[in-house]
Design a protein around this ligand. Structure first.
Ligand code: NI
Length: 251
């Protein structure tokens, strides 16, 4: 169930039986020599929509630009400042909370978003904690949960079985494979990229990132991506996150 494909009265009916929303969140950033700039946003959205359809849970509009300052030395990358992103997440959540949603399950496609998403949750909770009961006294406030789509136990195990350590940390074989499955018309021919630069240090700003990882990837071999592997990973993630969302919606 996609919020943007409902009428207001359908949302009103939905809220009579469920107050859970799935919140896809990703990033718009370079993904190495053959990965799509939208990888993190389009993967999180597709997984969220499939989970929402299977579990009968409403899926909010995707937050498609995230915290990607370190990718800004590569053309096409976009970023929100962390402080902006905290406000965007807060406004998405509070808009829906205004109508009665109170459980927000974030399906995240970008590891670099995690710290900012967690900070956003704390900002949201703090507003409820400090408002002196104006939003309902002892009523529980909203609850938010973060789930990085590739980190479910079964999904992660499958990725390791398929690719081992070659999967890497950014522009991974697994995420490129998932986009190849979802968007076969946008599969890019993989240039001869050779082995990745060894991962030595965590980066700081965008220039530092590019100096350390000149073709954009981190420790990954994304020329090994295939749509067939992507289908398996996508289906595993949808199944695993679907079970988690169903339990979360009931809890
Ligand atoms: Ni990514």
């Amino acid at each position: 169930m996609q919020l943007q494909m409902q009428t207001w009265s359908e949302v009103e009916r939905y809220l009579e039986s469920s107050t859970t929303a799935i919140m896809p969140i990703g990033s718009t950033e370079q993904h190495g020599p053959n990965g799509l700039i939208g990888t993190d946003a389009v993967s999180a959205e597709a997984i969220a929509l499939a989970v929402g359809a299977a579990a009968n849970v409403m899926v909010a509009p995707t937050i498609a630009v995230g915290m990607a300052q370190h990718h800004m030395a590569f053309k096409g990358s976009m970023t929100l400042r962390p402080a902006t992103m905290i406000q965007v997440i807060g406004d998405y959540v509070n808009s829906l909370a205004h109508h009665g949603f109170d459980k927000f399950f974030f399906v995240n496609g970008h590891g670099g978003n995690s710290a900012t998403i967690e900070a956003a949750f704390q900002e949201i909770y703090t507003a409820y904690s400090l408002d002196g009961g104006k939003t309902g006294g002892n009523e529980p406030s909203v609850r938010c949960r973060l789930r990085n789509w590739w980190q479910g136990e079964k999904t992660y195990k499958l990725i390791k079985e398929l690719f081992g350590d070659k999967d890497g940390m950014h522009a991974t074989i697994s995420e490129v494979s998932v986009t190849q499955h979802l968007f076969p018309e946008h599969i890019k021919s993989a240039p001869d990229m050779g082995p990745p630069e060894p991962f030595k240090n965590r980066w700081s700003d965008a220039a530092d990132y590019r100096a350390n990882f000149p073709d954009g990837r981190i420790a990954s071999h994304p020329y090994l991506a295939t749509p067939e592997a992507g289908k398996k990973i996508f289906e595993a993630a949808v199944k695993e996150i679907g079970e988690e969302v169903t339990a979360y919606a009931k809890g």
